[in-house]
Design a binder for this molecule. Structure first.
Ligand code: KG4
Length: 341
Protein backbone atom coordinates (compact mmCIF):
# COMPACT_ATOMS: atom_id res chain seq x y z
CA UNK A 1 0.00 0.00 0.00
CA UNK A 2 1.29 3.47 -0.79
CA UNK A 3 1.99 5.99 1.95
CA UNK A 4 -0.72 8.47 2.97
CA UNK A 5 0.92 11.89 2.90
CA UNK A 6 -1.19 14.86 3.93
CA UNK A 7 0.00 18.42 3.38
CA UNK A 8 -1.78 20.73 5.87
CA UNK A 9 -2.15 24.51 5.47
CA UNK A 10 -3.21 26.97 8.20
CA UNK A 11 -3.65 30.75 7.82
CA UNK A 12 -6.78 31.61 9.82
CA UNK A 13 -5.24 34.36 11.99
CA UNK A 14 -1.64 35.52 12.43
CA UNK A 15 0.35 32.34 11.77
CA UNK A 16 1.22 31.10 8.27
CA UNK A 17 1.84 27.38 8.67
CA UNK A 18 2.37 24.29 6.52
CA UNK A 19 2.98 20.74 7.80
CA UNK A 20 3.42 17.36 6.16
CA UNK A 21 2.15 14.22 7.92
CA UNK A 22 2.91 10.66 6.80
CA UNK A 23 0.62 7.72 7.61
CA UNK A 24 -1.18 9.63 10.39
CA UNK A 25 1.71 9.72 12.85
CA UNK A 26 5.01 10.66 11.25
CA UNK A 27 5.30 14.45 11.18
CA UNK A 28 7.78 15.05 8.34
CA UNK A 29 7.62 18.86 8.48
CA UNK A 30 5.99 21.51 10.64
CA UNK A 31 6.80 25.08 9.57
CA UNK A 32 5.19 28.06 11.32
CA UNK A 33 5.82 31.70 10.50
CA UNK A 34 4.29 33.91 13.18
CA UNK A 35 3.34 37.58 12.75
CA UNK A 36 2.94 38.32 16.48
CA UNK A 37 5.83 40.82 16.67
CA UNK A 38 4.21 42.94 13.94
CA UNK A 39 0.69 42.94 15.43
CA UNK A 40 2.06 43.75 18.90
CA UNK A 41 2.62 47.35 17.77
CA UNK A 42 -1.16 47.69 17.32
CA UNK A 43 -2.19 45.87 20.51
CA UNK A 44 -3.99 43.13 18.55
CA UNK A 45 -4.23 41.42 15.17
CA UNK A 46 -4.79 43.84 12.27
CA UNK A 47 -6.74 41.74 9.72
CA UNK A 48 -5.55 43.51 6.56
CA UNK A 49 -1.91 43.36 7.63
CA UNK A 50 -2.35 39.68 8.54
CA UNK A 51 -3.66 38.88 5.02
CA UNK A 52 -0.81 40.73 3.32
CA UNK A 53 1.81 39.00 5.43
CA UNK A 54 0.27 35.59 4.65
CA UNK A 55 0.60 36.43 0.93
CA UNK A 56 4.27 37.34 1.45
CA UNK A 57 5.07 34.28 3.57
CA UNK A 58 3.13 31.34 2.23
CA UNK A 59 5.39 30.50 -0.72
CA UNK A 60 8.49 30.48 1.49
CA UNK A 61 6.75 28.38 4.15
CA UNK A 62 5.63 25.85 1.50
CA UNK A 63 9.11 25.51 0.04
CA UNK A 64 10.63 25.05 3.50
CA UNK A 65 8.06 22.39 4.46
CA UNK A 66 8.73 20.35 1.30
CA UNK A 67 12.48 20.65 1.86
CA UNK A 68 12.22 19.58 5.52
CA UNK A 69 10.07 16.59 4.58
CA UNK A 70 12.27 15.61 1.60
CA UNK A 71 9.25 15.01 -0.57
CA UNK A 72 7.85 16.41 -3.81
CA UNK A 73 4.30 17.59 -4.40
CA UNK A 74 3.73 14.52 -6.61
CA UNK A 75 4.14 12.27 -3.53
CA UNK A 76 1.46 14.14 -1.54
CA UNK A 77 -1.88 12.26 -1.25
CA UNK A 78 -4.11 15.26 -0.41
CA UNK A 79 -4.10 18.90 0.66
CA UNK A 80 -5.88 19.70 3.94
CA UNK A 81 -6.60 23.37 4.59
CA UNK A 82 -8.28 25.50 7.26
CA UNK A 83 -11.50 26.80 5.66
CA UNK A 84 -12.79 28.50 8.84
CA UNK A 85 -13.47 29.96 11.30
CA UNK A 86 -11.05 32.87 11.19
CA UNK A 87 -10.31 36.17 9.50
CA UNK A 88 -11.78 36.10 6.01
CA UNK A 89 -8.81 37.68 4.22
CA UNK A 90 -6.33 35.50 6.09
CA UNK A 91 -8.30 32.31 5.38
CA UNK A 92 -8.44 33.18 1.68
CA UNK A 93 -4.66 33.11 1.33
CA UNK A 94 -4.26 29.55 2.66
CA UNK A 95 -7.29 28.37 0.76
CA UNK A 96 -6.10 29.84 -2.55
CA UNK A 97 -2.71 28.22 -2.03
CA UNK A 98 -4.41 24.86 -1.32
CA UNK A 99 -6.72 25.13 -4.33
CA UNK A 100 -3.81 26.02 -6.62
CA UNK A 101 -1.80 23.00 -5.44
CA UNK A 102 -4.83 20.72 -5.69
CA UNK A 103 -5.51 21.88 -9.24
CA UNK A 104 -1.91 21.77 -10.42
CA UNK A 105 -1.07 18.37 -8.97
CA UNK A 106 -4.52 16.71 -9.22
CA UNK A 107 -4.87 16.16 -5.46
CA UNK A 108 -8.05 16.03 -3.36
CA UNK A 109 -8.78 19.14 -1.28
CA UNK A 110 -9.77 18.46 2.35
CA UNK A 111 -11.65 21.27 4.15
CA UNK A 112 -10.71 21.44 7.85
CA UNK A 113 -12.42 23.27 10.72
CA UNK A 114 -9.83 25.19 12.74
CA UNK A 115 -11.17 24.10 16.15
CA UNK A 116 -11.24 20.44 15.16
CA UNK A 117 -7.54 20.98 14.45
CA UNK A 118 -6.91 22.28 17.98
CA UNK A 119 -8.69 19.22 19.42
CA UNK A 120 -6.77 16.78 17.20
CA UNK A 121 -3.44 18.44 18.12
CA UNK A 122 -3.71 16.29 21.25
CA UNK A 123 -3.17 13.18 19.13
CA UNK A 124 0.49 14.19 18.95
CA UNK A 125 0.56 13.36 22.69
CA UNK A 126 -1.97 10.54 23.07
CA UNK A 127 -4.67 8.99 20.84
CA UNK A 128 -8.17 10.35 21.46
CA UNK A 129 -10.25 7.97 23.62
CA UNK A 130 -14.02 8.12 23.66
CA UNK A 131 -16.18 9.49 25.14
CA UNK A 132 -13.84 12.47 25.25
CA UNK A 133 -14.45 15.95 26.66
CA UNK A 134 -12.59 18.67 24.74
CA UNK A 135 -12.27 22.01 26.50
CA UNK A 136 -11.73 24.41 23.60
CA UNK A 137 -10.39 27.75 24.78
CA UNK A 138 -9.01 30.30 22.33
CA UNK A 139 -9.07 33.95 21.37
CA UNK A 140 -12.37 33.53 19.53
CA UNK A 141 -14.02 30.50 21.18
CA UNK A 142 -14.92 28.89 24.48
CA UNK A 143 -16.64 25.56 23.79
CA UNK A 144 -17.19 22.29 25.58
CA UNK A 145 -17.29 19.43 23.10
CA UNK A 146 -18.19 15.79 23.69
CA UNK A 147 -16.80 13.30 21.16
CA UNK A 148 -18.20 9.75 21.10
CA UNK A 149 -16.05 8.73 18.15
CA UNK A 150 -13.63 10.25 15.65
CA UNK A 151 -14.97 13.27 13.75
CA UNK A 152 -18.09 13.56 15.91
CA UNK A 153 -18.42 16.89 17.72
CA UNK A 154 -21.34 17.48 20.11
CA UNK A 155 -21.18 21.04 21.54
CA UNK A 156 -22.71 20.95 25.03
CA UNK A 157 -21.77 24.50 26.05
CA UNK A 158 -20.26 27.70 24.70
CA UNK A 159 -19.72 31.33 25.58
CA UNK A 160 -22.69 33.64 25.16
CA UNK A 161 -20.45 36.71 24.70
CA UNK A 162 -16.67 37.09 24.96
CA UNK A 163 -14.35 34.12 24.53
CA UNK A 164 -12.02 33.44 27.45
CA UNK A 165 -8.90 34.39 25.42
CA UNK A 166 -10.59 37.61 24.33
CA UNK A 167 -11.25 38.42 28.01
CA UNK A 168 -7.56 37.77 28.83
CA UNK A 169 -6.56 40.10 25.97
CA UNK A 170 -8.95 42.90 27.00
CA UNK A 171 -8.03 42.72 30.69
CA UNK A 172 -4.34 42.85 29.74
CA UNK A 173 -5.01 45.99 27.72
CA UNK A 174 -6.64 47.65 30.75
CA UNK A 175 -3.54 46.73 32.76
CA UNK A 176 -1.25 48.17 30.06
CA UNK A 177 0.25 44.77 29.18
CA UNK A 178 1.28 43.80 25.63
CA UNK A 179 -0.58 41.55 23.17
CA UNK A 180 -1.21 38.60 23.34
CA UNK A 181 -2.72 39.49 26.70
CA UNK A 182 -3.08 35.91 27.92
CA UNK A 183 0.66 35.37 27.59
CA UNK A 184 1.42 38.62 29.46
CA UNK A 185 -1.03 37.95 32.31
CA UNK A 186 0.19 34.37 32.72
CA UNK A 187 3.83 35.50 32.75
CA UNK A 188 3.14 37.87 35.65
CA UNK A 189 0.98 35.19 37.36
CA UNK A 190 3.93 32.75 37.21
CA UNK A 191 6.35 35.31 38.68
CA UNK A 192 4.40 34.78 41.91
CA UNK A 193 4.44 38.39 43.19
CA UNK A 194 0.65 38.89 43.08
CA UNK A 195 -2.19 38.00 45.48
CA UNK A 196 -5.85 37.26 44.77
CA UNK A 197 -6.89 40.59 46.33
CA UNK A 198 -9.51 41.77 43.81
CA UNK A 199 -12.86 39.98 44.04
CA UNK A 200 -14.32 39.58 40.56
CA UNK A 201 -17.82 38.34 39.65
CA UNK A 202 -18.56 34.80 38.44
CA UNK A 203 -21.28 35.38 35.86
CA UNK A 204 -23.75 32.83 34.48
CA UNK A 205 -23.53 30.41 37.39
CA UNK A 206 -26.77 28.96 36.04
CA UNK A 207 -26.22 25.21 36.06
CA UNK A 208 -25.77 25.03 32.26
CA UNK A 209 -22.54 24.37 30.40
CA UNK A 210 -22.64 27.87 28.89
CA UNK A 211 -20.21 30.65 29.73
CA UNK A 212 -20.11 34.42 29.91
CA UNK A 213 -16.82 36.28 30.17
CA UNK A 214 -17.88 39.84 29.38
CA UNK A 215 -19.00 40.51 32.99
CA UNK A 216 -15.56 39.78 34.44
CA UNK A 217 -13.95 41.96 31.78
CA UNK A 218 -16.36 44.85 32.52
CA UNK A 219 -15.74 44.46 36.26
CA UNK A 220 -12.00 44.90 35.62
CA UNK A 221 -12.60 48.00 33.46
CA UNK A 222 -14.84 49.50 36.19
CA UNK A 223 -12.28 48.67 38.87
CA UNK A 224 -9.53 50.43 36.88
CA UNK A 225 -11.72 53.54 36.39
CA UNK A 226 -12.70 53.64 40.05
CA UNK A 227 -9.09 53.38 41.23
CA UNK A 228 -8.07 56.11 38.77
CA UNK A 229 -10.83 58.42 40.03
CA UNK A 230 -9.65 57.85 43.60
CA UNK A 231 -6.06 58.58 42.56
CA UNK A 232 -5.05 54.99 43.43
CA UNK A 233 -2.85 52.70 41.32
CA UNK A 234 -4.01 49.36 39.92
CA UNK A 235 -1.87 46.58 41.39
CA UNK A 236 -1.04 44.72 38.17
CA UNK A 237 0.36 41.49 39.70
CA UNK A 238 -2.70 41.27 41.99
CA UNK A 239 -5.01 41.85 39.02
CA UNK A 240 -3.25 39.11 37.02
CA UNK A 241 -3.67 36.58 39.84
CA UNK A 242 -7.26 37.62 40.63
CA UNK A 243 -8.35 37.50 36.99
CA UNK A 244 -6.49 34.34 35.98
CA UNK A 245 -7.77 32.35 38.96
CA UNK A 246 -11.36 33.61 38.58
CA UNK A 247 -11.51 32.99 34.82
CA UNK A 248 -9.94 29.52 34.95
CA UNK A 249 -11.82 28.37 38.08
CA UNK A 250 -15.06 29.37 36.36
CA UNK A 251 -14.02 27.44 33.24
CA UNK A 252 -13.30 24.24 35.17
CA UNK A 253 -16.19 24.52 37.66
CA UNK A 254 -18.58 24.56 34.72
CA UNK A 255 -16.77 22.03 32.50
CA UNK A 256 -15.89 19.22 34.88
CA UNK A 257 -19.42 18.08 35.85
CA UNK A 258 -19.62 16.90 32.21
CA UNK A 259 -17.02 14.22 33.00
CA UNK A 260 -19.55 12.35 35.15
CA UNK A 261 -22.63 13.19 33.13
CA UNK A 262 -21.14 11.92 29.85
CA UNK A 263 -19.08 9.11 31.38
CA UNK A 264 -15.96 10.64 29.91
CA UNK A 265 -12.74 8.56 29.64
CA UNK A 266 -10.46 11.38 28.53
CA UNK A 267 -10.32 15.16 28.88
CA UNK A 268 -8.27 17.20 26.41
CA UNK A 269 -7.43 20.89 26.31
CA UNK A 270 -7.41 22.74 23.00
CA UNK A 271 -6.67 26.26 21.73
CA UNK A 272 -4.36 29.12 22.67
CA UNK A 273 -5.54 29.47 26.28
CA UNK A 274 -4.59 25.83 26.92
CA UNK A 275 -1.04 27.22 27.31
CA UNK A 276 -2.22 28.80 30.58
CA UNK A 277 -0.13 27.58 33.51
CA UNK A 278 -2.91 27.72 36.13
CA UNK A 279 -5.32 25.85 33.81
CA UNK A 280 -2.72 23.16 33.10
CA UNK A 281 -1.97 22.57 36.79
CA UNK A 282 -5.58 22.83 38.01
CA UNK A 283 -7.06 20.37 35.53
CA UNK A 284 -4.53 17.72 36.56
CA UNK A 285 -5.12 18.44 40.25
CA UNK A 286 -8.89 18.34 40.01
CA UNK A 287 -9.03 15.07 38.06
CA UNK A 288 -6.31 13.29 40.05
CA UNK A 289 -7.48 9.83 41.14
CA UNK A 290 -10.65 10.02 39.02
CA UNK A 291 -9.44 7.42 36.51
CA UNK A 292 -9.97 9.92 33.71
CA UNK A 293 -7.01 10.52 31.41
CA UNK A 294 -6.06 14.20 31.12
CA UNK A 295 -4.19 15.19 27.97
CA UNK A 296 -2.36 18.49 27.95
CA UNK A 297 -1.09 19.56 24.55
CA UNK A 298 2.60 20.52 24.34
CA UNK A 299 3.07 24.29 24.07
CA UNK A 300 3.91 24.13 20.33
CA UNK A 301 0.45 22.63 19.76
CA UNK A 302 -1.42 25.35 21.68
CA UNK A 303 -0.57 28.05 19.16
CA UNK A 304 -1.84 27.87 15.59
CA UNK A 305 0.03 25.35 13.44
CA UNK A 306 -0.63 23.16 10.44
CA UNK A 307 0.36 19.84 12.04
CA UNK A 308 -3.06 19.81 13.69
CA UNK A 309 -4.77 20.58 10.36
CA UNK A 310 -2.88 17.73 8.66
CA UNK A 311 -3.92 15.40 11.52
CA UNK A 312 -7.65 16.08 11.04
CA UNK A 313 -7.08 15.93 7.28
CA UNK A 314 -5.64 12.46 7.70
CA UNK A 315 -8.90 11.23 9.33
CA UNK A 316 -11.11 13.08 6.84
CA UNK A 317 -9.09 11.52 3.99
CA UNK A 318 -10.14 8.04 5.17
CA UNK A 319 -13.78 9.12 4.92
CA UNK A 320 -13.15 10.82 1.58
CA UNK A 321 -14.41 14.18 2.85
CA UNK A 322 -13.22 16.24 -0.11
CA UNK A 323 -14.31 19.74 -1.17
CA UNK A 324 -14.84 21.02 -4.71
CA UNK A 325 -12.37 23.64 -5.95
CA UNK A 326 -15.00 26.38 -5.65
CA UNK A 327 -15.31 25.94 -1.87
CA UNK A 328 -15.37 29.31 -0.05
CA UNK A 329 -13.62 30.43 3.11
CA UNK A 330 -16.07 30.25 6.02
CA UNK A 331 -15.18 32.85 8.71
CA UNK A 332 -18.03 31.87 11.07
CA UNK A 333 -18.13 28.12 10.41
CA UNK A 334 -19.71 26.19 13.30
CA UNK A 335 -17.88 23.11 14.51
CA UNK A 336 -21.05 20.97 14.36
CA UNK A 337 -21.35 21.88 10.64
CA UNK A 338 -17.83 20.77 9.78
CA UNK A 339 -19.12 18.41 7.06
CA UNK A 340 -21.12 21.22 5.42
CA UNK A 341 -19.05 23.46 3.19
O1 KG4 B 1 -6.04 29.59 19.63
P1 KG4 B 1 -5.58 30.99 19.47
O2 KG4 B 1 -4.36 31.26 18.64
O3 KG4 B 1 -6.76 31.95 19.02
C1 KG4 B 1 -7.65 31.75 18.07
O4 KG4 B 1 -7.37 30.98 17.10
O5 KG4 B 1 -8.70 32.36 18.31
O6 KG4 B 1 -5.35 31.59 20.89
C2 KG4 B 1 -4.98 32.92 21.10
C3 KG4 B 1 -5.47 33.30 22.46
C4 KG4 B 1 -5.21 34.76 22.80
O7 KG4 B 1 -6.40 35.31 23.30
C5 KG4 B 1 -4.12 34.67 23.86
O8 KG4 B 1 -4.16 35.76 24.76
C6 KG4 B 1 -4.46 33.38 24.53
O9 KG4 B 1 -4.82 32.51 23.48
N1 KG4 B 1 -3.33 32.81 25.28
C7 KG4 B 1 -3.34 32.62 26.61
C8 KG4 B 1 -2.07 32.09 26.95
N2 KG4 B 1 -1.33 31.97 25.80
C9 KG4 B 1 -2.13 32.42 24.78
N3 KG4 B 1 -4.29 32.86 27.53
C10 KG4 B 1 -4.01 32.57 28.81
N4 KG4 B 1 -2.81 32.08 29.22
C11 KG4 B 1 -1.81 31.83 28.33
N5 KG4 B 1 -0.65 31.32 28.75
Amino acid sequence: MSDKIILGIESSCDETAIAILKNNDELLANVVSTQIAIHQKYGGVMPEIASRLHVENIGVVLREALEQAHITMEEVSAIAVTVGPGLIGALHVGLQCAKTLALMYHKPLIPVHHLSGHIYANEYVSPLKFPCLAIVVSGGNTELVIMDKHLSFNIIGETKDDAIGEAFDKVARVAGLPYPGGVSIDRIFKEGQGKHSYILPRPLDDGTYNYSYSGIKTAVINLAHKLEQNGEKLNVPDLCVSFEETAIDLLLDKALPAVKEYNVKQVVLAGGVSANSYLRSQIVKRLEGSGVEVVIPPLWCTTDNAAMIAKVGSYLYEEKVFAPLNVSASPCWKLEDFRKF
